[in-house]
Design a protein around this ligand. Structure first.
Ligand code: PEP
Ligand code: MG
Length: 895
């Protein structure tokens, strides 16, 4: 059986997006439900794939196209490019996902020197016919032959100037027919070939150009960034032309069934009288509103309203529609589920539920954690804000305001003096790191979402706008320009990392109302707010609560202090999945740990440890208080001890100076000796985690005692503490077994002293490949596994997580080695596989084991869906990400 490469619009449906592309599937769907769509056919993505693989169109394709074209001609009772009464068609690309970089539409295919005369006779409108012909040559020249568009645009401008008019539609028949000749000459000069007079050749070449545009650099880059598979291919839609440029009773427009910014139901859109296709979006002339269209053509407008209503009910979502009116007759050229802002997404989802169009589960799938995150960042108060001066890629979300600086050193010095600065660069490289850390935001004129600036900014949680191409940055002379507008060093600029907008003024930043809702509740957050904001808060609340009802994954927080714990609880955390204890030894307590490390004998060491005990106990007591009734997982000390000691280089300098002055201080020398002794080439692979616990007498015991005593104190005061102790960096079950026995001894000792029971679970982090692979042994001595996906990623890939993001990840992303940093989204096929192995092997020996994740991935939407699938019990993430994790865990459960 031969493959069907061509589908009439009357054959497909919206379910066939893989084969017909988004546009083709939706055209077929509209045809199916009786919406007036100009007839035509779709050439499938399969045809594109074969064409790209073979380099030529498959033979059956040509034949199937002929057949489909004949049927179309019969239906329309016209022949393509007929010299008396030509059928004209449009050729449009249409992949499964809409994608920038794909070939633009070509209209009026079928016109040539003869058929233009036929069109004149049929329409009695020579101006229209010549205009249509010059557009075809222009579009064909630019998109199929790759001739620089400006060459045509310049001639068009010249024609208008010569004739003394401003708008394209004012050009006379003479000007337009002359322009056709000029355009044909451009085609010949630039491509060495005549503009093809054969209508079928025009159509076939346009189709091939669409296929080839699947592999433009821009399309490839976009796919990589959005993680769209490279082998989907694009469909091509060939549709009968309808004309919006046939006079005042014709026109073309775009509309939305709801306001894409707020979700309000209505008719939103733009209309352009006497215009064709791309004129509306290109902003050549000022458009009219749909209300104006209602006044101009009440009947057509009411038909359009009816169609909008039908489409919205049919698609059960906001639709975005392109239409054309040809001499008073309405045609729908395209529809799709419309893009919307984060706030509109939540509002629309709940509006549709309340209108009984979708269920709560469906509403949950219509929003996502990325959108919720956007709503949780501070935003610009745009009430009195001017228009943006330019726009780049929204590379790292949030709103930042500061003074413009053009180099890293200035950024650092100004920031040290208390200034807020925005670092402006053409692009950044690792040398700019200091400046990036000092700045509140980063703006570049080159590079996209995976450029160095974008990757590093996201890693640091800094606002960034990248690739604002209109911005000319002169780093040497320290100024930037957008057209004639100049930004000097020290001028205020505001950048919106959620929209990519850049402003040359200081715009006030507002805290997020959604964060206010999460911390203070609906009533407080809604007070004094306008209706739209109140609706947004209610919508987020309803969807989050629904997610909570549905999700299987529990959500805990990574919190190291009672303050963090309090925030986490407000954001809905059901416990602490990771309490890192290292910060408890920093600041003023550093000297105490220094004393432990430098202790000359056991006695000194025990004294030093004893001094730490009450402090640690108090830390834990306060955290247990905040988390009363919810589990707190405390991880024993992990980082190498020298992180608590002074820097080696500093000590060396100090010692050298002291020697020179003959003022050697014995304590300093001892410190230097110890620090030198502890020096490691690869500290991340050195004496840390459980290894440290095993070789540093008394250290883990101190921590366990502090935990047990704090728990006992809480129980004594009538509270309900739930505590787990977690051992880091275990690679062998023996490490865990020895550590566990020692910990249990301490716990029992405290229990005996206090005469109470202390039911503390002891588990391990799984953050080394060996731990994952030997989980069937480790599982025998653990009560739980918590996947430390940061270290597990680091050790599985052999990537130093502190270095690689800045060093070469931008290049790796550009090369397509991966599409997103594996430190951001779990690498399912590598690290994820270890996670599955560990879970299975662990369960096989210990059915009571429970499983969680406490690496950064615990708060990443895509990773959460993976953890849900693997069947983990909980994820743990930073408090700010807890609501996002709740939402995504709910979505994973209903998806
Ligand atoms: C991890 O490795 O994933 C983890 C949570 O521990 P840390 O980031 O503290 O090494
Ligand atoms: Mg770790």
């Amino acid at each position: 059986m031969t493959t069907q490469f061509v589908y009439s619009f009357s054959e497909g449906s919206k379910e066939l997006k893989d084969l017909l592309g988004g546009k083709g599937a939706n055209l077929a769907e509209m045809m199916r439900i009786g919406i007036p769509v100009p007839p035509g056919f779709t050439i499938t993505t399969e045809a594109c794939k074969e064409f790209l693989a073979l380099g030529v169109a498959p033979l059956e394709l040509e034949i199937q196209i002929t057949k489909a074209l004949r049927e179309l001609e019969d239906e329309m009772q016209k022949r393509l490019g007929d010299k008396k009464d030509p059928l004209l068609v449009s050729v449009r690309s249409g992949a499964k996902f809409s994608m920038p970089g794909m070939m633009e539409t070509i209209l009026n295919v079928g016109l040539n020197d003869e058929s233009v005369q036929g069109l004149i006779k049929q329409t009695k409108n020579p101006r229209f016919a010549w205009d249509a012909y010059r557009r075809l040559i222009q579009m064909y020249g630019k998109t199929v032959l790759g001739i620089e568009g400006q060459k045509f645009a310049n001639e068009l401008d010249k024609a208008k100037k010569d004739q003394g008019v401003v708008d394209d539609h004012q050009l006379s028949v003479e000007s337009l027919s002359k322009l056709v000749e000029t355009f044909k000459n451009i085609v010949f000069q630039e491509s060495g070939k005549n503009f093809p007079q054969d209508p079928r050749e025009q159509m076939d070449q346009s189709m091939r150009a669409v296929f080839n545009s699947w592999n433009t650099d821009r399309a490839k880059l976009y796919r990589r960034r959005e993680r769209i598979a490279d082998d989907l291919g694009t469909a091509v839609n060939i549709g009968t032309m309808v004309f919006g440029n046939m006079g005042e009773d014709s026109g073309t427009g775009v509309c939305f069934t709801r306001d894409p910014a707020t979700g309000e139901l209505g008719a939103y859109g733009d209309y352009l009288q006497n215009a064709q296709g791309e004129d509306v979006v290109s902003g050549i002339r000022n458009t009219l509103s749909l209300e104006d269209l209602g006044r101009l053509h009440p009947d057509v407008f009411s038909e359009l309203r009816g169609i909008m209503y039908n489409l919205e009910t049919h698609y059960r979502d906001l639709c975005d529609i392109e239409f054309t009116i040809e001499r008073g007759k309405l045609w729908i050229l395209q529809t799709r589920v419309g893009k919307r802002t984060a706030s509109a997404a939540f509002r629309i989802a709940m509006q549709l539920v309340d209108e009984h169009i979708i269920t709560m589960d469906e509403a949950l799938v219509r929003v996502n954690g990325g959108q919720l995150a956007q709503l949780m960042f501070p935003q610009f108060d745009m009430r009195n804000a001017p228009k943006a001066i330019t726009k780049g890629m929204a590379a790292s979300p949030g709103a930042a305001v500061g003074k413009a600086v053009f180099d890293s050193e200035t950024a650092t010095t100004w920031a040290e003096n208390g200034e807020r600065v925005i670092l402006l660069r053409r692009e950044t490289n690792p040398d700019d790191l200091g400046g990036m850390i000092a700045a509140v935001g980063i703006l570049t004129s080159r590079g996209g979402k995976t450029s160095h600036a974008a990757v590093v900014a996201r890693g640091m949680g800094k606002v960034a706008v990248c690739g604002a191409e209109e911005l000319e940055v002169n780093e040497n002379e320290k100024f930037a320009k957008v057209g004639s507008l100049r930004i000097n060093e020290g001028d205020y600029i505001s950048i919106d990392g959620s929209t990519g907008e850049v402003f040359n003024v200081e715009i006030p930043v507002e805290p997020s109302t959604i964060v206010r809702y999460l911390t203070d509740g609906i009533a407080d957050a809604s007070e004094g707010k306008e209706d739209g904001t109140r609706e947004l808060i209610r919508s987020v609340d309803r969807l989050l609560r629904h997610a909570d009802r549905r999700r299987k994954l529990r959500v805990r927080a990574n919190a190291d202090t009672d303050l963090d714990a309090a925030v986490a609880r407000k954001f809905g955390a059901e416990g602490i999945g990771l309490c890192r204890t290292e910060h408890m030894f920093l600041g003023e307590r550093r000297v105490l740990i220094e004393r432990v490390i430098l202790a000359k004998n056991n006695e000194h060491r025990e004294e030093a440890l004893a001094a730490l005990l009450p402090l640690q106990r108090e830390d834990f007591f306060n955290i247990f208080k905040e988390m009363d009734g919810h589990t707190t997982t405390i991880r024993l000390l992990d980082p190498p001890l020298h992180e608590f000691l002074p820097n080696l280089a500093d000590l060396k300098v100090k010692s050298a100076l002291a020697r020179e002055r003959n003022q050697v201080i014995e304590a300093d020398e001892r410190l230097l000796y110890e620090v030198e002794k502890m020096y490691e080439s690869n500290p991340m692979l050195g004496l840390r985690g459980v290894r440290l616990g095993l070789v540093s007498p008394g250290l883990y015991e101190l921590q366990v005692r502090a935990i047990a005593e704090a728990m006992a104190d809480r129980i004594a005061s009538g509270a309900n503490p739930k505590v787990e102790i977690m051992i880091p960096l275990v690679g062998s079950h023996m490490e865990l077994k020895i550590t566990r026995l020692a910990a249990e001894e301490v716990i029992q000792e405290v229990a005996r002293e206090r005469k109470i029971e202390l039911p503390i679970e002891i588990g391990t982090m799984i953050e080394l490949p060996r731990a994952a692979l030997t989980a069937n042994r480790i599982g025998l001595v653990a009560d739980f596994f918590s996947f430390g996906t940061n270290d597990l990623t680091q050790t599985t890939w052999g990537f130093s997580r502190d270095d690689v993001e800045a060093e070469f990840f931008a290049k790796y992303l550009e090369l397509g080695v991966f599409t997103i940093s594996p430190f951001e989204t779990i690498d399912q096929s590598g690290v994820g596989e270890l996670l599955i192995i560990a879970t299975e092997r662990g369960k096989s020996v210990n059915p009571n084991l429970h499983f969680g994740v406490c690496g950064e991935h615990g708060g990443d939407p895509e990773s959460i869906h993976f953890f849900h699938k693997v069947g983990l019990d909980y994820v743990s993430c930073s408090p700010f990400r807890v609501p996002i994790a709740r939402l995504e865990a709910g979505r994973a459960a209903v998806s």
